[in-house]
Design a protein around this ligand. Sequence first.
Ligand code: BG6
Length: 489
Amino acid sequence: MPSITVEPCTFALFGALGDLALRKLFPALYQLDAAGLLHDDTRILALAREPGSEQEHLANIETELHKYVGDKDIDSQVLQRFLVRLSYLHVDFLKAEDYVALAERVGSEQRLIAYFATPAAVYGAICENLSRVGLNQHTRVVLEKPIGSDLDSSRKVNDAVAQFFPETRIYRIDHYLGKETVQNLIALRFANSLFETQWNQNYISHVEITVAEKVGIEGRWGYFDKAGQLRDMIQNHLLQLLCLIAMDPPADLSADSIRDEKVKVLKALAPISPEGLTTQVVRGQYIAGHSEGQSVPGYLEEENSNTQSDTETFVALRADIRNWRWAGVPFYLRTGKRMPQKLSQIVIHFKEPSHYIFAPEQRLQISNKLIIRLQPDEGISLRVMTKEQGLDKGMQLRSGPLQLNFSDTYRSARIPDAYERLLLEVMRGNQNLFVRKDEIEAAWKWCDQLIAGWKKSGDAPKPYAAGSWGPMSSIALITRDGRSWYGDI
Ligand code: BG6
C-alpha cells in the first residue's frame, strides 16, 4: 500500500479536450488512481468550451485514455473507478456566468485544484472568474508553460494571477522537474558526500547538458514558430537542469529553500556579450534529411509552415556562472528537434589528476565523468580509470563505467511519467517541484538578452540536416575550448 496520504480534492482541468490533457494529464491521473494515490472522494472535472454533449466528451476522453495508457496496461476495475470520478462541464473560460454552474458542481466540501491547460493569455481571466464565484478560497492553481514569451509578458501573466491567488497556492509546471532522474539529482548531490566535496571549480572542468529530440514539429508549427527552441526548451527545461546541477546545498528540502538556491544560480548567469553571440551561441534550423531511414521534410516544408521563418529549432551555447563555486567552469547546453535520437543527459567532466604519472600518449583520456541519463534508459554512470587486464598490458589505462541503471536495479517498479509526480505533489501541497515567480522571471531575463542580441544581429539560423547533431558550428563551439561533446554523438 502507498505510504503517502493525499487529501480528497476536486481536480478541475481547464482545456480538458486539448492535446496535453488527453496525452498526459488524464493518463497521469489514471496511473495515480491505479497506484492507490487518489483519495476515494477525489473527483475529476473536465472543463472545455468545445460544443458537444457531456456523454460524447467523456467517451472521447475514455478512448484517448486507452490510447495513451495502452490497452494492455488498463485495468478494468481501476478504469471503472476512474470513470466514476470523472464528469464534464461546458465552460467558456472567459464568460463569468459559466462559472456559476462550475461553483455549483464543485461545491464547498473539498479543496479545488484548478489546472490551466490553456493559453497563458487567459489565466488571469480564469482566476478572476473563479474568484467572482468564491472559488479562490483554498484553491490551488496550476499553470502550464509557456508563461509568456519574454520577461514582460510573463510578468503580466504572473501579476494577473497574483491578484487572486497567493504565491503559496500557485504551481508553475516545468515537467522536467517531475522526471525521476531529475529528482535523483537532489539525492545524488546532497546524500553523497563523495560528490559534494568535489562539486566545484577545483575538481570539475566543465558540464554538458544535452536534450535532443528525434521528432520534428509534430503539427505544432503555429505555436512553435512563435517560440523557437530557446523559449521552448532552454528558458525552462535546460536552465532548470543547470540550476539543479549548479545550486548550493539548500538548508533543507522545503520548496523555498530549494528555489532560493536555484534563483541565485539564474541571477549569477553571465550575460552573453555581442561578441559571445557568434562564439558562444549557435542557432540552427533543420532542413530536409532522414529519420529512422525515412526522408523527412525540413522545418520550412512542414505542414502550415511559413517558408520565410527564421525561428531556430536548435540551440547550443556556453553559459558561465559568476560565483566562487563555478568560476571558469563552462556549462555547454545543447538542444534541438530532429536529432538522430531522443536523448537527455548531463555529463559532468572532472579535471585531470593534478600530477600525471602515466604514459604521455594516454593523457587525453584521463578524466572522470559522471553521466546522468534522464531519458531513455534512466540511470547514472561514473566513468573511472582502471588498468587494462593482462600481463602484456603494462600500465595501460582504460575508462570503464560504474553503473546504476534504474530500470535494471528497480526491476519491479514502473518509472512514473513526470506528470504523475507533479499532479501528486500539487494534491499534497508541496511546491518543491514547481517554479517560483522570481525564478521564471530570472530565466526570462537571461534569455531576453540573447533574443535581443539575435534580433539585432539579424543573422539567420544555420541549417542542419534532419537526423544530424546540429550545425557544424556547434562542434566548433566546444572544440574552440579544447573539448568535445561527450560520447559517440
Ligand atoms: C515541451 C516542449 O515542454 O517539452 C516540447 O514544449 C518538447 O517542444 C517537450 O517536445 C519535450 O519533453 P520530453 O519530456 O519528451 O523530453
